[in-house]
Design a protein around this ligand. Structure first.
Ligand code: SF4
Length: 387
């Protein structure tokens, strides 16, 4: 807008139309004068949402989308009604409880005020209290974690900030979600390594917070451990919570399953994380995928406790999700239980992420384009929207 000699409020109107009203053609933006819309069209601007080409729906309500960008490239995005438990203990529930009790102070009535039905969102009408959207930051991934299906794609390209935020807007539109009435959490844990697409990732956070209206306190970004980006992230004025995909209790094991450890070892990553100025209700999450017989034994739990001692941290355990062509074993349930108990007994808040959408390959480490050989025009949606 500045380049076209327009006043700043025109940019605000454009943001409003794109991200709040979710309009999909320049003609619909009636807040902009007709000559300006014509100029934008003549300059080659088009607007619209990334297109949901295909939907796979799990028996647990999780939906996995194949989403097409304007150049035809596709990514996967996941919708998890009621989340996956990964957000437990991250302080966001406390914030939500506070929000719920706002205005009740000094209220002497025995029951809470009746809810204004106009503000009941699509989620609540469908029996959910919240939903989590897992978004992708790159097409494919270059990091090559050995337990991850996405790694098998290699990297094709980075997504732009608009494409990252556009996934969220497309999914919110599909479910008729009203920001403000519905509680949405975002996790940057889909395809790709957000910290290898740092500038676009941060720009997308600004889009998601400001025009779209999702607070950064409801977002978590997960990194495989890009040390210089963690240090930059620590200085961001607006940032999501941080999760490190730790997955091993020492460098030897981590190098085997996450070769990137040879570049930045665990100690250097923890040093970088310690520079993060944590808020009152903020913890750093350490994600730990349990691989049977590899990293799930009592000595590993003891090492994890040593590594994280003194940190304001929590651990999310993820029982590895099997995928075609990956030769790991699922951990035994009794080993998972012992691992969790040892961490909790050692004073570390530790949760087990509920596997979501395992039957549709939507769970952690399972995102991979499953229809790569199918031409986009022949893809069909195989499940209707739920709302
Ligand atoms: S786990 Fe994440 S960082 Fe590692 S290969 Fe898969 S998508 Fe990339």
């Amino acid at each position: 807008m500045a380049r076209l000699g327009q006043k700043p409020y025109r940019a605000t109107q454009l943001h409003e139309a794109l991200y709040r009203q979710r309009l999909t053609s320049l003609d619909q933006i009636t807040t902009l004068p007709q000559p300006l819309r014509e100029t934008l069209a003549a300059e080659g601007y088009i607007i619209g949402l990334p297109e949901i080409l295909q939907t796979a729906r799990s028996i647990d309500g999780t939906e996995r989308y194949l989403i097409r960008m304007a150049d035809g490239e596709t990514v996967e995005t996941v919708w998890m009604p009621d989340g996956d438990g990964g957000e437990r203990g991250d302080g966001s529930e406390a914030a939500a409880e506070e929000e719920a009790s706002e205005g009740l102070e000094g209220n002497t009535q025995p029951s809470a005020p009746r809810k204004d039905l106009r503000n009941v969102g699509a989620l609540e009408r469908n029996g959910y209290t919240r939903a989590t959207i897992c978004i992708s930051s790159q097409i494919g991934c270059a990091v090559n974690c050995q337990f991850c299906l996405t790694a098998k794609l290699g990297i094709k390209r980075n997504l732009t900030a608009g494409e990252i935020a556009g996934q969220v807007v497309a999914v919110l539109s599909r479910h008729g979600v009203k920001i403000g009435a519905d509680r949405i959490n975002l996790v940057f844990m889909g395809m790709g390594e957000p910290f290898l697409n740092y500038d676009q990732f941060i720009a997308s956070v600004h889009l998601l917070v400001k025009p779209i209206g999702i607070p950064e306190s409801r977002m978590t970004v997960s990194t495989s451990g890009i040390e210089p980006s963690i240090r930059r992230f620590a200085n961001e004025p607006l940032r999501p919570k941080l999760a490190l995909s730790l997955n091993a209790s020492n460098d030897q094991v981590r190098e085997q399953i996450m070769p990137i450890t040879r570049k930045w070892n665990i100690a250097s990553l923890l040093d970088a994380i310690k520079t993060l100025p944590l808020g009152k209700r903020e913890w750093v999450t350490f994600e730990y995928v349990l691989l049977g017989g590899i990293n799930d034994q009592p000595q590993h739990a003891r090492e994890v406790l040593d590594l994280l001692s003194g940190m304001k941290a929590k651990v999310n355990l993820i029982v590895w999700n099997p995928g075609p062509g990956i030769a790991y074993n699922q951990p035994k349930p009794e080993d998972v239980a012992v691992f969790q108990k040892m961490l909790i007994d050692g004073g570390m808040p530790t949760y087990i992420r509920r596997p979501r959408g395992r039957d549709i390959y939507a769970a952690c480490g399972q995102l991979k384009r499953t229809v790569e050989t199918t031409s986009p025009g022949s893809l069909v949606s195989i499940a209707p929207a739920t709302a």
